[in-house]
Design a protein. Structure first.
Length: 294
């Protein structure tokens, strides 16, 4: 498979995301609010992961485009709702005012709801996926974003707030569900689309589980030791909110060691695929997650 240019893929994702949110004859500015958060400068890690994984699996990446768009819509809705006063109550995200600060609370709730439902419409209307594969992807997406996945993780996180007795097992449970489920979906939906064997799928499951935890450990480290300018938000919010994090439970060195451990486990899972595929782009993602500064 030819090497894909990440910048070109991001451009394609950005254009298509805007096209999918068509203007409505209802003349509300709900679409403006949906587009505001979709265009607010996300790194597009999840859609990129779908497309790069497909390419690694020697499958046409175009088959994953609608799935990738849907995933970014769900990720965006989760951030819009996470920022609301009832949850994190944040005024800024990615250096820009949060959705409810610009459009008001009820509209931010509805923009999030509309992004979530749109995501399923986008995959359902995908013309490149075979019906059985499409149903598998839709089911996986619903599972990863719902009460057994992201929403469940967010609930456990909210319930554990201000609870300084949260242990590492609970913390991992929160993050596997809240952050990991969507990252894992990115990789396993590509496995569904490429129709890989069970053994390949198991290796990808192990890889994505470790990648998801790496992402969160890095997030916890950046929340204390990151650069506000690069992050586009205040650092220290976890400390301020008395939240249990990898750093609060393990200290800086312990969190860094844990990050390293999951990096090695992710690489080991990928190495088991080496005889079948050129895994280099996924190894690059591991390094990106390990070294990211925003
Ligand atoms: C409200 C149902 C509901 C869920 C919210 C994921 C989540 C669940 C909230 C986000 C809280 C948070 C900051 C988690 C840390 C990891 C994370 C998901 C960071 C944001 O993802 P990035 O860095 O975001 O990929 P960008 O801005 O690049 O899109």
């Amino acid at each position: 498979m030819s090497k894909l240019s990440t910048n070109e893929l991001i451009e394609q994702i950005n254009t298509l995301l805007n096209e999918r949110i068509e203007d409505s004859s209802l003349n509300t500015n709900l679409e403006e609010s949906m587009r505001y958060s979709l265009n607010a400068g996300g790194k597009r890690i999840r859609p990129l992961l779908v497309l790069l994984t497909l390419n690694v699996l020697n499958e046409d990446y175009n088959k994953g485009i609608q799935t990738a768009l849907a995933l970014e819509m769900i990720h965006t809705y989760s951030l819009v709702h996470d920022d609301l006063p009832a949850m994190d109550n944040d005024d800024y995200r990615r250096g820009k005012l949060t959705n409810h600060k610009v459009y008001g609370e009820w509209k931010a709730i509805l923009a999030g709801d509309a992004l979530l439902t749109k995501a399923f419409e986008v995959v359902a209307n995908d013309k490149l996926l075979k019906p059985d594969v499409k149903v598998k992807v839709i089911s996986r997406l619903a599972h990863a974003s719902g009460h057994l996945g992201m929403v469940g993780g967010q609930t456990l996180d909210m319930e554990s707030e201000e609870d300084s007795s949260v242990d590492l097992t609970t913390l991992e449970q929160i993050h596997r569900a809240k952050t990991g489920a969507l990252l894992q979906f990115a990789i396993l939906s590509a496995a569904d689309i490429a129709e890989v064997s069970d053994s390949i799928s198991t290796a990808l499951e192990k890889f994505s589980d470790n990648l998801g935890l790496m992402f969160q450990i890095k997030d916890d480290l950046l929340d204390i030791y990151g650069d506000e300018q690069k992050l586009g938000k205040k650092v220290g919010s976890d400390l301020e909110n008395n939240k249990s994090t990898y750093v609060s439970l393990l200290g800086k060195d312990g969190a860094e060691e844990k990050l390293e451990w999951h990096r090695n486990a992710a690489i080991e899972a990928l190495n088991s695929l080496k005889t079948h595929y050129d895994i280099t782009p996924l190894l690059d993602i591991v390094e990106l997650f390990y070294n990211r500064d925003h």
